[in-house]
Design a protein around this ligand. Structure first.
Ligand code: HEM
Length: 438
């Protein structure tokens, strides 16, 4: 088959990589403006990526044969931390086995039971916010989201071991971006090698702590934590997870689950506070609801505001799946060995789907139902984010509780908002600086 890749920016690989890392969203805007629905970008160390934003092309990819579209192989940069047996790095039969075994713990009904834990951790976090002192909402949300996911997995974070796990994870995520492949970055010189060694030492330290948590959980009777559910999970042959498999999936859930949610919260709080009429409508909805523990399921405006923020600022703006065989998508004949990238950010900016796409307007999600190929901040198909219900519930509880308990404003002295890359996500610069009013 003769190949036909869509054109892309006429820049060197180094320039394309630099623009991607430094100006992520605006680089994508520029490529879409110059080349339309599909274009090719080449990233240093990550290969050629063909981007798609038109919903039928996105659907073709998400519904494609997982033996051809390999999502795990598309995430090599996560391997140094998540290793071999992670939902994010596996494909084929081992992937399907893990997904089936983990999925029950993330079903909506089971996730709803976590509302009390999420609410308690949010109240603890809010009680530390000082009146009148501007601070980074992202920093506070990161700490909170990490506490929520760690407590979900391991139970209350009370031990020294749990505290150490928390500290190491924060540091490792900061360093993750330094490790773009499985190989040590020898070509980049001594500093990179030192960084690499430091990173690997921290991963080893983390592993020792996580294995100790697994060993002590195996000794105990089931206690309702997600770790005890995963220990009890069995595949079709009646075999459970090994310690190595458990380690890799636990680290995956912490890494995939907290930075994404915290950063999405920082964007959402920015947009909600930025638009006075949205804040007012939200406050009205929250105040007029009876304070039942299950009220989070029935706050349509809050849900619409969160979705609208995920639309404007999907923190993972595209996913990257490696082609095992040649395929044709949207008329382009693509060879094996390149990546296809369904791009939520650009789908979400299409005026044919979202009129005035740069305007934050939660009402659009109340007026129209979007398909999973028109709105896809959690990716899609068989690889859709396993934590989607978890993240939506957590974001509703955190924002709902803020509105119930405090009066929060944007810090007016903060510089104008723009997007920056932080580790694996795109974040608001400065983390959305906010201040609690007295
Ligand atoms: C707003 C918050 C979140 C966003 C925007 C988000 C987004 C995504 C995206 C785009 C993917 C696809 C990644 C890829 O294929 O390369 C993904 C996968 C995944 N996410 Fe999330 N996520 C969020 C929260 C969570 C939470 C709370 C958890 C768990 C506690 C979680 C666990 C996972 C896992 C395990 C995968 C891999 C799923 C698979 O391939 O089977 N995520 N997420």
């Amino acid at each position: 088959m003769e190949h036909s890749l869509p054109p892309g920016p006429k820049l060197s690989i180094e320039e394309q990589t630099f623009l991607w890392f430094s100006t992520t969203y605006s680089f994508l805007d520029r490529c879409a403006r110059d080349h339309g629905d599909s274009f090719t970008i080449e990233f240093k160390g990550f290969g050629k990526h063909v981007f798609f934003s038109e919903p039928t092309a996105v659907q073709e990819i998400y519904r494609g044969d997982p033996a051809i579209f390999r999502a795990g192989a598309g995430n090599p940069f996560l391997r140094p931390m998540l290793h071999t047996y992670s939902l994010l790095t596996m494909d084929g039969a081992p992937y399907t086995r893990h997904r089936k075994m983990i999925l029950p713990a993330f079903q909506p009904q089971r996730v709803t039971e976590l509302a009390t834990l999420m609410r308690e951790e949010t109240e603890i976090s809010l009680s530390k916010w000082e009146v009148g002192k501007p601070f980074s909402a992202l920093r506070a949300f990161r700490e909170l989201a990490l506490s929520i996911v760690l407590r979900t997995l391991f139970g209350p974070v009370v031990s020294e071991r749990a505290r150490q796990i928390k500290a190491l994870l924060v540091q490792l995520l900061d360093d993750l971006i330094l490790t773009p492949s499985e190989k040590a970055p020898t070509a980049e010189g001594a500093l990179a090698v030192r960084e690499w060694e430091k990173f690997n030492r921290s991963v080893e330290e983390l592993d020792t702590l996580v294995y100790a948590e697994i060993a002590s959980a195996r000794e105990k009777p089931a206690d309702g934590t997600m770790l005890s559910l995963l220990i009890a999970a069995k595949d079709e042959a009646g075999i459970g997870f090994s310690d190595t498999e458990l380690r890799d999936e636990l680290v995956t859930l912490v890494v995939a689950g907290h930075e994404t949610t915290a950063t999405s919260l920082a964007w959402a709080i920015y947009w909600i506070l930025h638009k006075a009429e949205v804040s007012q409508k939200l406050l009205h909805e929250i105040e007029s609801q009876p304070k039942t523990p299950d009220r989070w399921a029935t706050l349509p405006y809050l849900e619409a505001a969160i979705k609208e923020s995920l639309r404007m600022n999907p923190v993972i703006p595209f996913v990257s799946w490696l082609l095992e065989e040649p395929v044709t998508i949207a008329g382009f004949k693509l060879p094996a060995g390149i990546h296809v990238a369904p791009c939520s950010y650009l789908t979400h900016r299409r005026p044919d789907l979202y009129p005035d796409p740069t305007v934050f307007r939660p009402e659009r999600f109340l007026e129209r139902k979007y398909t999973p190929y028109e709105f896809h901040p959690f990716a899609g198909g068989v690889r859709r984010c396993i934590g989607m219900y978890f993240a939506m519930l957590e974001m509703k509880i955190v924002i709902g509780t803020i509105f119930e308990k405090l009066t929060l404003r944007l810090d007016q002295t903060a510089p104008k908002m723009h997007a920056v890359r932080r580790s694996v996500v795109v974040a608001p610069a400065g983390g959305t600086r906010v201040v609690v009013m007295g």
